[in-house]
Design a protein around this ligand. Structure first.
Ligand code: ADP
Ligand code: MG
Length: 585
């Protein structure tokens, strides 16, 4: 007797549906995307019991005529794609013709639709897969409007997974399913500000987004309507355009508000997320994330959207270029506007311009005109330039830790340790771009041996050249020893042995991730070793040194934060003091 059998269609369909439909939010995603593809300007989503009992999506799109309605629930039935070549330039959200049949396989589906220029409304009840369809499943109904439009579609899915216990048991609490649906709608809504979205759960309105401008929609979704200054930046390259939006002063403990939209499709793309974070990492405390919306419009021939059945991932043909473009756009934007967790008080609160008064309007000398992964501040340039504190008298040092300046309308505090860390970091970084022979290295009188476990020898062999680039002179001495003969001048000699050991450990630990990121990740780790020898809180610093440090700080590319993201500068507005002394009510 043979062991292989063809699965009955009902089972095969349910298994296939599992790829596309995982939970209520996946049903909502597919239905809402269909509504957008149908040109809807209003989309209403209704849930009962977190979507387990009912998911209903109504739109005022172009609807379907009787024959299309009949076909819509067949597998691989689509109006969006006719040939494989068309996939190369696909701009609709759907194209696989899988959503409706998948939803029909795992719930009771009913569709009500009236096509554009059609005078009757039809209703289709999709029978469970494997059952014969009769004409009774498709009937004419008398039904009025679709969100005040004569044409449109209303789709209801009832009893999701009631026939698929394996999936049902993985559904979470009602609140958590609703939260996921909300999150999805928000992501999609970000990509389509001109469309109104409404979400109602058990008769309560959870979300109501009216058609709006790009920036208002971004404000609503990323900043939850709180007023943080919105920073905007744009760039373009061959076949693509990038728009970046982020909020000054807003950082969050999760990456939830790192949103990416590629050709109108909301995606969670690893490459774009990494490119974003590698730009922001330095300006944020560890574990903190910015609120960023990244819009990429790209020639559809340069991406593959058909990587995953749910189409939330994409592949870029020119991924390296896109990575660098995003990265340098963010770098330039940070140089211009400061870091997300530093809000200059009194900075413009609703505009996206950098022309506000005082510090917000100040632009670092390291111009944004030549951005790259390794843009470097002119930290070694000794010509004095005016900086934000040039004309503010230095009053002294507080607690042996903070330089105090009188900046007319503000008292300004500079953290000496954080500032010095930033300076060291950027000086070290600048070494990566200078030619090998002009790199200053400090020879050690007695070479310093550092031991390592012999199995790491090949790793070290491949990574030591990177140290040379930073100004270290080192060689593999024996099976288990690296010998240091010279170190970069900025590295300092405090606790030298421990820090060199730390450096070797970090070299070994750093994952050889994608080449693109490798240098940078490793560099960050190496540079953070450098910080240990920076001036510490409590170290005595005289006036001359204090002014020198502040001058150097403002020649840095990212003066507002230390490399770990802590602020270097804090300002206390005069008004605050007046408040404390009750001079003002
Ligand atoms: P796909 O979106 O990949 O084409 P679906 O299974 O999601 O596949 O939908 C099948 C077809 O049904 C679509 O191509 C479209 O023609 C039609 N359709 C689905 N939803 C709607 C809607 N809300 N309004 C108009 N047409 C729709
Ligand atoms: Mg679809």
């Amino acid at each position: 007797m043979n062991r292989i059998q063809i699965l009955p269609p009902a089972i095969a369909e349910r298994i296939a549906a599992g790829e596309v439909i995982e939970r209520p939010s996946s049903v909502v995603k597919e239905l809402v995307e269909n509504s957008i593809d149908a040109g809807a300007t209003e989309i209403n989503v209704m849930l009962e019991d977190g979507g387990k009992q009912l998911i209903e999506v109504t739109d005022n799109g172009r609807g379907m005529i009787r024959e299309d309605l009949k076909l819509s629930v067949q597998r691989h039935a689509t109006s969006k794609l006719r040939s494989l070549e068309e996939l190369e330039k696909i701009l609709t959200l759907g194209f696989r013709g899988e959503a409706l049949p998948s939803i029909a396989a795992v719930s009771d589906l009913s569709i009500l639709s009236r096509g554009h220029e059609d005078d009757s409304v039809h209703e289709l009840k999709a029978a469970a897969p494997g059952m014969a369809r009769t004409d009774d499943d498709l009937r004419k109904v008398t039904f009025g409007h679709f969100l005040n439009s004569p044409h449109g579609t209303r789709i209801q899915a009832r009893g999701l997974f009631s026939q698929v216990p394996a999936r049902l048991k993985f559904l979470k609490s009602q609140a958590s399913e609703v939260a996921q649906v909300r999150e999805w709608i928000e992501r999609v809504a970000l990509a389509h500000p001109k469309i109104g979205f409404k979400l109602v759960s058990n008769d309560r309105t959870i979300l109501n987004l009216r058609p709006d401008s790009d920036s208002a929609r971004i404000q609503a979704i990323l900043a939850e309507d709180n007023h943080y200054p919105l920073v905007e930046a744009r760039s373009e390259g061959a076949g693509y355009k990038i728009r970046l939006y982020w909020f000054q002063g807003l950082s969050l403990p999760s990456s939830k508000k790192l949103l990416q939209v590629v050709n109108g499709r909301s995606v969670r793309d690893k490459l774009l997320q990494q490119a974003t974070m590698s730009g922001f990492r330095q300006s944020l405390l560890p574990g903190q994330f910015p609120a960023v919306a990244l819009f990429v419009e790209i020639d559809p021939g340069l991406i593959d959207v058909n990587v995953h059945p749910t189409k939330t991932e994409i592949r870029f043909l020119n991924s390296g270029e896109i990575f660098r473009a995003v990265n340098s756009l963010i770098d330039a934007s940070l140089v211009k506007h400061g870091a997300p967790n530093y809000v200059p008080e009194g900075a413009p609160t609703s505009s996206s311009s950098s022309s506000g008064s005082g510090w917000a309007g100040w632009t670092a000398p390291a111009a944004a005109s030549t951005p790259s992964l390794w843009t470097v501040a002119e930290v070694t340039d000794s010509t004095e330039r005016p900086h934000p504190l040039s004309y503010a008298p230095y009053l002294g040092t507080l607690f042996g830790t903070y330089f105090v300046f009188d900046d007319k309308t503000e008292m300004v505090l500079v953290d000496q340790h954080a500032a010095h860390e930033r300076i060291r970091y950027e000086t070290l970084k600048s070494r990566m771009t200078v030619s090998a022979d002009s790199r200053e290295s400090q020879s050690l009188l007695v070479p310093e041996p550092v031991k390592f476990a012999p199995e790491h020898r090949p790793t070290l062999e491949s990574k030591l050249p990177l140290l040379a680039q930073l100004g270290f002179e080192s060689e593999l001495f024996s099976e288990d020893t690296v010998l240091f003969r010279g170190i970069p001048v900025e590295w300092g000699t405090q606790e030298l042995r421990t820090r060199l050991k730390g450096l070797i450990d970090r070299l070994i630990d750093t994952e050889p991730s994608r080449e693109l990121l490798w240098d940078e990740t490793l560099f960050e780790k190496i540079a953070s070793e450098a910080c240990h020898s920076a001036i510490r809180a409590g170290d005595r610093v005289d006036t001359y040194q204090a002014l020198e440090i502040v001058g150097q700080l403002f020649r840095c590319e990212h003066p507002w934060n230390c490399p770990h993201g802590r602020p270097t500068v804090v300002r206390i507005p005069r008004g605050k003091l007046e408040e404390w002394f009750q001079r003002r009510v």
